[in-house]
Ligand binder design. Structure first.
Ligand code: FES
Ligand SMILES: [Fe+2]
Length: 338
């Protein structure tokens, strides 16, 4: 299974936790995620060790969570603190917990050995856009497809003309140049095109229809965070005179064949324009739905197989996704060999 376990994955938005315990499967494991009144977020296996009722059907208490079935109560560290009907807390009543960090309005879980948890491994690529001066349009898309198919999609903008005409497509793709580099464990991909029609998104943002130079600078941080700097400037003008948005993508495997896709589009202009935020959110979510349909069609044919198991036709545009797949495979193998 291609999961890197020693890594942080986004499992919820902070906002989702205002509605009580959240049951969510991550890397194939059913988890319950909740916030206690003191503010701390807890994450544990969603299986009550008494009779296996799902804890996410229970309710949050001051100390942790109470099972809905026979009211066993569990503290944030997973220990049972109350077991009605028993004289003392029975053995085998501890629930497995997961380290939690809250960053950028999202809840991140460490899915590997808790002894190896390292907050430094939360992708640094997001931090600059979490600061003041950036307005975010956030969303969540559930995809019936493996998370690496989503990474392929985000690392290869060449599908935009076909899949997103009118919003992200122009004639950008036919003429663009690609440059790949690495920085630590990150893969960086630059797409450039000169003197082309602006995409629908940039027509809207720049309020201009003249030809533009366009760029997409993508940073992939394993296992599955992608930060894309997408911008346009009038042909021949420096980038600083143009407009860009930062598209942040966190792909969390639900199972081997489905994904929790958390995304945000950040901008550093028209920050107070709530209507623009809504418009960007709608446009982005529609674009991702267009991708989703195709990714789900790939997954239907793949079943439980991996794209790597096939000999497929390829173009230079596939270099970046293939490279990321290779890098991730190596990390997973290294982890397994430890
Ligand atoms: S199943 Fe949870 S308390 Fe009985
Ligand atoms: Fe797309």
């Amino acid at each position: 299974m291609m999961f890197l376990r020693d890594a942080w994955y986004v499992v919820a938005s902070a906002e989702e936790l205002t509605r009580g315990p959240l049951g969510r499967t991550v890397l194939g494991e059913p988890l319950v995620i909740f916030r206690v009144p003191g503010g701390t977020v807890g994450a544990m296996s969603d299986a009550c060790p008494h009779r296996l009722a799902r804890l996410s059907r229970g309710c949050v208490t001051n100390a942790g969570i109470r099972c809905a079935y026979h009211s066993f109560e569990f503290a944030l560290d997973g220990r049972c603190v109350s077991a009605p009907g028993a004289k003392k807390i029975p053995p085998l009543s501890t629930v497995r917990t997961y380290p939690v960090e809250e960053r950028f309005g999202w809840v991140w879980l460490w899915m590997g050995d808790p002894a190896r948890q390292d907050p430094e491994l939360i992708p640094r690529s997001i931090a600059p856009f979490a600061a003041g001066g950036w307005t975010h349009a956030r969303g969540y898309t559930h995809v019936q497809g493996n998370y690496e198919l989503l990474a392929d999609n985000l690392l290869d903008g060449s599908h935009a003309d076909s899949v997103h005409p009118g919003t992200l497509g122009s004639h950008f793709v036919k003429e663009y140049q690609i440059a790949l580099s690495t920085e630590g464990r990150d893969l960086i991909v630059e797409h450039l095109s000169r003197d082309n029609a602006p995409t629908g998104l940039f027509e809207f943002l720049m309020r201009a229809t003249e030809p533009v130079d366009q760029w997409v600078r993508s940073r992939w941080t394993p296992p599955s965070t992608l930060v894309l700097d997408v911008g346009s400037t009038l042909s021949g003008q420096p980038r600083s005179r143009g407009v860009h948005v930062i598209n942040i993508n966190c792909l969390t495997p639900e199972t081997a064949t489905s994904t929790h896709y958390f995304w945000s589009v950040a901008r550093d202009f028209a920050n107070e324009d709530a209507a623009m935020t809504e418009q960007i959110r709608t446009m982005t979510s529609q674009a991702f739905d267009q991708d989703r349909v195709l990714i789900e069609s790939q997954q239907q044919l793949l079943g439980t197989r991996d794209l790597r198991d096939f000999r497929l036709a390829s173009t230079p545009n596939d270099t970046a996704p293939n490279r990321a797949r290779m890098m991730l495979k190596r990390l997973v193998e290294q982890e397994a060999a430890r």
